[in-house]
Design a protein around this ligand. Structure first.
Ligand code: SF4
Length: 233
């Protein structure tokens, strides 16, 4: 596998060529252009991610997949992880914070997420993500344009200047219905909390159910201005 360095101009052309194509074609471009150890799917066990697990395993059964374990995930999210392992034989790599919850409470006080969620996200998500991405040349995410105004212009393929690697978003153009149609068609395990008014699921202390008609991400960090943990800013 060549160690080609992709320029932003080249990535723009790749993006233009993949715009309007299927998610599998974007995934295939990534798998064909980066070595086995150089590309990985970020999986938070949400609907988009489980759909991408199904797609990527069908294209390359040994594809790398990683997840961020904040030590504050719902049990139901970890159940999805275990069901995916059982169904597809995947070996998702776990990345977590260097400090456990007790150490974080001792340093910053109890329940940091209630006082300073940005600091908590930085410790339990951003630093582990930077570690997960540090040895990669490309990562795959499940973000979609309709999820939030901050994602409305997300490209299929681009240079991720924040983490300094190529970012591939195969599902950017998909609607919520497309995701769920795919999940049901392929009988993919999903988080049972989605059937209980949790459209978007993160850590347990920062995720609330959403009432019909509300923004699907309204249940994330309710009471704060915060809408993103920083992974895709
Ligand atoms: S989502 Fe909440 S609990 Fe999880 S890392 Fe961020 S602030 Fe902490």
């Amino acid at each position: 596998m060549s160690e080609k360095i992709w320029t932003e101009e080249e990535l723009k052309k790749v993006n233009d060529s993949l715009e309007g194509k299927s998610p599998e074609e974007a995934l295939k471009w990534g798998l064909d252009n980066f070595g086995q150890e150089e590309i990985s799917l970020a999986c938070s066990f949400g609907p988009e991610d489980v759909a991408l697990v199904d797609m990527i395993v069908k294209l390359r059964p040994e594809a790398r997949i990683f997840y961020l374990d904040t030590d504050l995930l719902f049990k139901e999210s970890l159940d999805v992880r275990d069901k995916l392992i059982s169904k597809y034989g995947i070996k998702p790599e776990r990345f977590g914070a260097k400090t456990n919850l007790e150490e974080m409470a001792a340093e910053f006080g109890p329940e940091l997420w209630k006082k300073e969620p940005d600091k908590c996200c930085n410790i339990r998500k951003m630093v582990p993500l930077a570690e997960a991405l540090s040895n990669l040349r490309a990562w795959v995410t499940g973000i979609r344009r309709e999820q939030s105004p901050t994602r409305a212009n997300a490209p299929v393929v681009s240079w991720d200047a924040k983490f300094k690697l190529v970012k591939i978003n195969p599902l950017v153009a998909w609607k919520d219905k497309d995701v769920w149609d795919y999940i049901h068609k392929h009988n993919i395990p999903y988080n049972v909390l989605h059937d209980k008014n949790y459209p978007s699921i993160g850590c347990e202390p920062c995720t609330k159910p959403v009432m019909p008609g509300e923004d699907p991400r309204a249940g994330r960090w309710a009471g704060f201005q915060k809408t993103e943990c920083g992974l895709h800013k």
